[in-house]
Design a protein around this ligand. Structure first.
Ligand SMILES: C[S@@+](CC[C@H](N)C(=O)[O-])C[C@H]1O[C@@H](n2cnc3c(N)ncnc32)[C@H](O)[C@@H]1O
Length: 148
C-alpha cells in the first residue's frame, strides 16, 4: 500500500506529501521521523487527524497518553481531529462487528462519549464539540432520524 501511495501521490503545487509506516503506539518515532520533519513546518500550527484509528488501541496502550504525547510534540495552536467508534447509541449489529474484530490482530475498542471527550483534555474544543459524526458541521442538516 505504501509503495502505491508513494508512486501515485508524491506531492503537488499545493503541498508536499510523505508517507510513514509507524505504529501509533510509538509517538516519539512518529514525531522524530525525517519524513514528517521534511514536509511539515513546525513553526506553524499542524492538524493531527486521528480518524477511525484510536478505537484500535486498547486501554493497556494508554491511548490518552499517546495522544497527549503527539500533541505536546506539535506547535502551539495545532489542531486535533478525532473520530472514534462508540458504544453510545450503538446501532443494532455493532456487537457482531466487535466480535468480528475480536478475532483479528486489531480488536475494536468501543468507547463512550465521555471517554472520547477525554482525548481533548487540555485543548479548546471547537463548536459544536464532540458529537456524532454527521452532526459536525454538516454541509446540509442530516434528516435521517437514526443520525440525529
Ligand atoms: C478504519 S482505518 C482508518 C484509516 C484512515 N484514518 C481513514 O479514515 O480512512 C484504521 C487504520 O488504522 C490503522 N491502525 C490500526 N492500529 C494502528 C496502530 N497501532 N498504529 C498505526 N495505525 C494503526 C490500520 O492499519 C488502518 O489503516
Amino acid at each position: 500500500m505504501l509503495a502505491y501511495a508513494r508512486a501515485l501521490l508524491t506531492g503537488s503545487e499545493q503541498g508536499r506529501t510523505a508517507y510513514l509506516a509507524a505504529d501509533l503506539r510509538d509517538p516519539g518515532l512518529i514525531l522524530d521521523a525525517a519524513e514528517l520533519r521534511g514536509v511539515l513546518d513546525f513553526h506553524r500550527p499542524i492538524a493531527l487527524f486521528l480518524v477511525a484509528v484510536l478505537h484500535f488501541l486498547t486501554g493497556a496502550d494508554q491511548p490518552r497518553a499517546l495522544v497527549r504525547r503527539l500533541l505536546d510534540g506539535l506547535p502551539s495552536g495545532s489542531y486535533l481531529v478525532v473520530s472514534h467508534a462508540t458504544g453510545d447509541q450503538a446501532p443494532p449489529g455493532v456487537g457482531a462487528i466487535v466480535e468480528t474484530y475480536a478475532t483479528t490482530a486489531a480488536p475494536l475498542v468501543l468507547r463512550g462519549l465521555a471517554d472520547v471527550c477525554r482525548f481533548f483534555d487540555g485543548t479548546d474544543v471547537l463548536d459544536p464539540g464532540v458529537v456524532r459524526l454527521p452532526l459536525w458541521k454538516p454541509d446540509t442538516p442530516p434528516t435521517d432520524p437514526e443520525t440525529v
